[in-house]
Write a protein that binds this ligand. Structure first.
Ligand code: HEC
Length: 118
């Protein structure tokens, strides 16, 4: 595939990820990672994120990541916080370790109640 096509495809993807719907709800397509990768991500959130956000994600050095705590927050900005971290805070960027779609899935699941390791 020539690079131009990839760039165009990426731009369409980025646009569709940020394009707001008529009612103000952000448009995001959430796809569940395959089971083996999902298990890795669940362990990462429970262990690595849990070291700051609490093993039950109820808060520690970092704020709680429970459905109650995240209620009403913008899922796209939460996803970007995960991918890029928050400058001048201990929140590190995770984009070397997960894709945009995987971060969106994590936010979606945090907002619903995060699954436990199987
Ligand atoms: C080294 C500690 C640390 C680790 C590890 C860490 N975080 Fe954070 N996180 C923080 C801190 C501190 C904040 C608050 C930053 C601020 O002051 O705005 C934060 C903020 C956030 C927020 C924004 C919450 C909100 O209510 O706005 C999300 C979402 C988040 N982290 C998710 C994660 C995820 C998912 C992981 C693992 C992939 C992770 N964090 C790992 C320290 C950490």
């Amino acid at each position: 595939m020539p690079p131009k096509k990839i760039t165009t495809g990426l731009m369409v993807l980025m646009l569709s990820a940020t394009l707001p719907l008529a009612h103000g709800a952000p448009a995001q397509i959430i796809t569940s990672p395959p089971p083996a990768r999902r298990a890795v991500l669940i362990d990462m959130v429970r262990e690595d994120c849990g070291s700051c956000h609490g093993s039950r994600l109820t808060g520690g050095l970092g704020p709680a990541l429970t459905p109650q705590a995240l209620k009403g927050k913008n899922p796209i900005s939460l996803k970007d916080t995960i991918l890029f971290g928050r400058p001048n805070t201990p929140m590190p960027p995770w984009n070397p370790f997960m894709s945009n779609a995987e971060a969106a899935w994590i936010v979606n699941r945090l907002m619903k109640g995060f699954p436990h390791a199987q």
